[in-house]
Design a protein around this ligand. Structure first.
Ligand SMILES: Cc1ncc(COP(=O)(O)O)c(C=O)c1O
Length: 453
């Protein structure tokens, strides 16, 4: 398959083979979060955003597996580098009890491992003075460790602050700071001391005209909660305030500068560690390595995963506990293949100018979407290739996801009535035209009646 000429072709969706695979999978797999009956055939052709399923349908994937495959499928920018190495076994090792290297010195090594990945990550976070990394397996673990290290740093703090609409993971700890859908948290016990504050989802919000609930009169809800007189929480007892710079699962909600300035001012004034969850929005998706780089905030801890292929909690050495064994994980810092892929992804972003490409292609996509948007599209928004189209109703949103799939375009819902689009970071003009063209066709087919054609 050649991505320069590939076209989506779909017979029937889901096809007969997909139905068999879905049934087989469901025999033993716990019911989980499957958005589509899309079954990628890992033995068939795929290139960039184009992928073949088990029925031979060719789809254009504008989800990048929720950003976890930031360069799409079989991307030469990664595969060429991976092919240079005879991979070793064990590739996934118990990296907590010993180190590994390749050759006499780290500088001469052609094989990047976890130490090289950490070196790159701190380089990319220098603007926040970050010099220390703890690697783990997943986003939730990256956030768990962010909660742990800030609790140590601020001991004996007993509070944490999270925002309404947030999603930070599905472990018991991270569910306590996840404030989006009730299905994630129902009946599960909570870590005590988590306070919730409104998230500003209005990009144009100003303090004096705010109707998103964050600003209230002369002050913000956050500041009011911490006020020396009349506040209900002592800021000295807060371990962290955690924020997705752009809310993902909650609906691709982009905050206003006024909101971000207030978050920065309050955390700065009271020395509260600001933990940013960059698991979905980070590593180039928005046209910057970190979504935080777009906003007037100074994070103290960054949690990353997905596009990075491993989990990472990044911060300053003074925030990390110095005591041995305070953080750890069997397969955490020792995932050789994951670390290599994360390093190559970061190298590809740098070598191929993919931040700039994401910004340009994102502008192209938004322009095309806005040109074609009918009345029942409430909003088209995005930074880089973290794009969202919000509809007037959930019913119409769901019908458009289905109609897009029938035309060969994979998209994902989020929030209540929004579709998220995450094309690969190296998408071409043609691929964006093709994908947005199919998306607009799907919107037209659904039409005002909200029925998929
Ligand atoms: C913003 C955000 N934080 C945390 C997570 C949890 O990451 P993981 O599923 O790797 O545990 C996700 C996953 O979707 C996410 O989008």
């Amino acid at each position: 398959m050649d991505r320069d000429s590939a076209e989506p072709t779909v017979d029937a969706y889901p096809g007969p083979n997909a139905q068999k695979w879905v049934e087989f999978h469901g025999t033993n797999a716990a019911p989980s979060e499957y958005s589509h009956e899309f079954v990628w055939d890992i033995t068939r052709e795929a290139d960039g955003p184009f992928v073949t399923d088990v029925d031979g349908n060719v789809l254009l994937d504008f989800t990048c597996h929720i950003g976890a495959a930031p360069l799409g499928y079989n991307n030469e920018k990664l595969t060429d580098k991976l092919r240079e190495f005879d991979l070793v076994e064990p590739m996934k090792i118990a990296g907590q009890d010993m180190y590994f290297g390749a050759g006499p010195t780290p500088e001469e090594s052609a094989v990047p491992g976890s130490s090289h990945l950490m070196d790159k990550l701190t380089d990319l976070s220098r603007q926040y003075d970050m010099d220390t990394v703890f690697l783990s397996n997943s986003g939730a673990e990256a956030m768990e460790n962010a909660m742990k290290i800030t609790h140590d740093y601020r001991a004996p703090a007993k509070y944490g602050v999270a925002f309404e609409g947030s999603f930070h993971g599905r472990t018991f700890g991270t569910l306590s700071i996840t404030k989006s859908k009730e299905v994630y948290t129902r009946h599960y016990p909570q870590v005590s001391g988590i306070e919730t504050v409104p998230f500003c989802a209005d990009r144009g919000c100003e303090a004096d005209s705010c109707d998103c609930g964050f600003f209230a009169g002369e002050t913000s809800q956050l500041r009011r909660m911490l006020a020396p007189e009349g506040g209900r929480i002592n800021p000295d007892e807060i371990a962290f305030l955690t924020l997705e710079p752009i809310q993902g699962v909650g609906g691709y909600r982009f905050p206003s500068d006024a909101f971000m300035q207030e978050v920065a001012a309050v955390t700065d004034e009271y020395d509260i560690p600001l933990v940013v969850d960059e698991i979905q929005a980070g590593i180039g998706r928005t046209g910057e390595i970190w979504a935080s780089d777009h906003y007037p905030i100074e994070p103290d801890v960054i949690a990353s995963a997905k596009a990075l292929r491993v989990g990472a909690t990044i911060s300053r050495s003074d925030i990390f506990p110095s005591e041995k064994n305070r953080v750890g994980s069997t397969f955490g810092g020792g995932d050789l293949l994951g670390s290599m892929m994360g390093t190559f992804t970061l190298e590809a972003i740098e070598e191929h100018g993919l931040l700039e490409n994401a910004t340009r292609r994102g502008e192209q996509a938004k322009e095309l979407l806005r040109d074609d948007a009918p009345d029942y599209v409430d909003d088209v928004r995005g930074k880089g290739l973290m794009l969202a189209v919000e509809f007037d109703t959930a019913e119409r949103r769901n019908a458009v996801v289905k109609a897009a799939l029938e035309r060969g375009l994979l998209t994902l819902g989020c929030g209540k009535k929004t579709i998220r689009l995450l094309p690969p970071l190296d998408s071409s003009t043609r691929e964006i035209e093709l994908g947005i063209g199919l998306f607009c066709e799907a919107i037209d087919a659904v039409g005002p009646s909200a029925k998929a054609a």
